[in-house]
Ligand binder design. Sequence first.
Ligand code: ZN
Length: 228
Amino acid sequence: MNMNGKNVTPLSSTETADLAALEVRSPREAISRTSPETARPSQENAEGMAAGLLAFVGEDPAREGLLRSPHRIVESLKFLTTGYEENVEALLNGAIFHEDYDDMVVVKDIEFYSLCEHHLLPFYGKVHVAYVPNGKIVGLSKIPRLVDMFARRLQVQERLTTQIAEALEEVLEPKGVAVVVEAVHLCMLMRGVQKQSASMVTSHVRGVFRTDRATRAEFMALIKNGGA
Ligand code: ZN
């Protein structure tokens, strides 16, 4: 327990035993401890790994302020990745309507919070979505939920952008769909070279947004000046 040469109060024997049970020596071992049918660690194992990380950074996982942290870390991670439990069909079920509306539909400034899959650090910002219907529209409240579903997974911004566009294309078969994501990445802001304006913009356009410059320009203008 004396990891960085700090003076740490010796643990009682029961505490030591608890920590030994939590200790995971390698990712391979962590996986080998999981149940064979799911290859997924139990909550208890996950909390043990979180405690191991606390010890790894030189902390004492048994000190009062950290006692519940492994549990909190795992619960927080579960919430931030609830998108894995959802799918497009179930989410949009009952919210697709037939409608002869063929002008552009824009939903802008959808706030999102995600975790980068490389560092598990947050990236967050805004998503702007547009589509030109082709006989089908979707309930407006469903688009932010679709964004959340994909954002609450381990992500890279590029894939998040594409997945939102592809999901809408699949269920609505619109004349076109466009998605723009603007985000800041804490893994860029907090680590290494700290660039103050490390915001990133990604876009994915399909159908008329790709083929028709005027449609694309109209969308870009709408998301830029608050005109939607
Ligand atoms: Zn990252």
